[in-house]
Design a binder for this molecule. Structure first.
Ligand code: ZN
Length: 493
């Protein structure tokens, strides 16, 4: 018997606005689709948080014994700068600015995306399809929607007819919007647009003569619409109706709304049983944005090469920090929060290490079985990782009491305790025990601090030759010193 027979998960379904008991469409199997990145720039921390939430959900479902097929796509064409189907394709624009092939852009940022996710100990998805690898499927899908009377062709482009669709379906069902309100709130089309109505969206766009990324189709040489890609790739690998579709909150409208409409139009049914949306990551209480400077990228956060945090944070500490909030809450990234997470991470790993050397006795002063079930209940309740972490810390406290001699444990219970802690910390939350690794880093940090102090003395003594020599030789060894009014900090490359 699999664990999923004894553990009942509840998932907050955006579609119903309620927590619902999770019952997969096919017993024992889960199909999960998550909208992947558009690979035209480095992945940012907000995306890392979103994908991490679904990584943990994937891990937990697997742990329960489900056979999970997790599909996360790569958008390598068709994502325009603007939701109203105007502006350039994001990848083409970047390629033009850098005067290189669009596929070089795609390659560079796909590699970056995978590197960052590996750094944060992500499991790879089961399938990672690309939009450009599924052009034929997308053309077929568009043809079906045209045949069903819910899309129209104008000047080589194809648009989804939202108004016609809404006559017998509910456009806005996911994001709780009404078409009448959308009409009221959208500007009139300027004479340039081919669309019948501003709410219509592109399924296929005719390419301008200079547009490099283009494919032949019955309507024009062009490229597919972004919303369409996800419908084509999700249903190809998961079927016309599948269990879980996830993504960031910002994708709810119009992207996911359009996916529902396309599936209804092409296949006569809604695509997804449980819609899940992950919330935003802020930085020091405000929206992260490159233009305001309130921004830090994943690499800068873990090397410490930034002006926002006081030091470098290990990727596992960042992961622990992110898991301290529910995926549905806004999370504020701060130096104080990360620093506290670092201490928490240490305490948890120290306790796990201690389980190997604890003395066992004839009785336990802690109900291990009850505690273990509490860990499952936390995750069963819409993957509530903060409650799970709080429950793991009940065990940390108990372990420290056993060590002090103020509590006892039987050897049988100790085995369950250790296994459960390791399962949830490593397999489910995806943390890494960095205690050994850290000793090395700590020693290195102390050595660099000594050199920084020697350099300071040299400067006080006006021995600038020595002070520069220390700085330059450290730089050669890959250790950058950074002087500021508050003193000197360093980062290790
Ligand atoms: Zn998508």
């Amino acid at each position: 018997m699999s664990l999923y027979n004894t553990q009942q998960i509840k998932i907050y379904n955006t579609l119903s606005g309620e927590k619902e008991v999770f019952q997969p469409i096919t017993e024992g199997y889960v199909g999960m689709y998550v909208c992947g990145p558009t690979v035209y720039s480095n992945v940012h921390l907000g995306n890392v948080r979103t994908f991490m939430s679904f990584d943990v959900i994937f891990r937990y479902l697997k742990h329960l014994g489900y056979k999970v097929r997790y599909v996360r796509n790569i958008t390598d064409a068709g994502h325009l700068e603007n939701d109203a189907d105007v502006g350039e394709d994001k990848i083409t624009k970047k390629a033009r600015l850098e005067a290189i092939e669009p596929m070089e852009i795609v390659q560079r940022y796909t590699v970056d995306f995978h590197n960052v996710l590996n750094t944060f100990n992500f499991l790879p998805p089961s399938i990672e399809p690309t939009a450009t690898g599924h052009i034929i499927e997308q053309i077929e899908l568009i043809q079906t929607i045209i045949d069903n009377g819910l899309a129209y062709v104008v000047n080589g482009s194809v648009y989804f007819d939202v108004h016609k669709y809404n006559e017998s379906n509910e456009y806005g069902i996911l994001s709780k919007r009404k078409l009448e309100d959308l009409i009221h709130n959208t500007r009139e089309l300027d004479g340039q647009s081919d669309k019948k109505n501003p709410q219509d969206f592109a399924l296929w766009k005719k390419a301008e003569p200079t547009h490099i990324m283009r494919w032949p189709s019955p309507w024009s040489d062009g490229f597919p619409g972004w919303h369409l890609e996800c419908t084509a790739m999700s249903t190809k690998y998961l079927g016309d109706y599948f269990d879980i579709h996830g993504g960031g909150m910002d994708l709810k409208f119009p992207h996911h709304e359009c996916e529902i409409a396309q599936n209804q139009a092409a296949k006569g049914q809604t695509p997804v049983k449980y819609w899940m949306h992950a919330n935003m990551l802020e930085l020091n209480g405000a929206r992260m944005s490159k233009s305001t400077g309130n921004y830090i990228n994943p690499g800068e956060l873990i090397t410490g090469d930034n002006d926002i945090m006081s030091k470098a944070y290990n990727p596992s500490v960042v992961r622990f920090f992110m898991m301290q909030a529910s995926y549905r809450s806004v999370l504020d990234l701060t130096d104080a929060g990360l620093s506290a997470a670092e201490k928490g991470h240490h305490r948890l790993m120290d306790a796990i290490d201690l389980t190997d050397s604890l003395k066992t006795g004839s009785s336990s002063s802690f109900n291990i079985i009850e505690w273990k079930q509490k860990c499952y209940e936390a995750m069963n309740d819409d993957f509530n990782t903060p409650i799970l972490i709080a429950t793991l810390f009940e065990a940390v406290k108990f372990i420290n009491q056993i060590k002090d001699g103020s509590a006892t444990v039987t050897s049988e219970d100790l085995t369950i305790l250790k296994d459960t802690l390791e399962t949830f910390a490593f397999s489910v939350l995806g943390l890494v025990n960095i205690s050994n690794e850290n000793t090395g880093t700590d020693k290195l940090s102390k050595a660099v601090e000594i050199l920084i102090n020697l350099r300071k003395e040299a400067r006080i003594n006006k021995d600038f030759a020595l002070s520069d020599k220390i700085r330059d030789e450290l730089a050669e060894a890959g250790i950058q010193l950074k002087d500021s009014r508050d003193g000197t900090t360093f980062s290790i490359q």
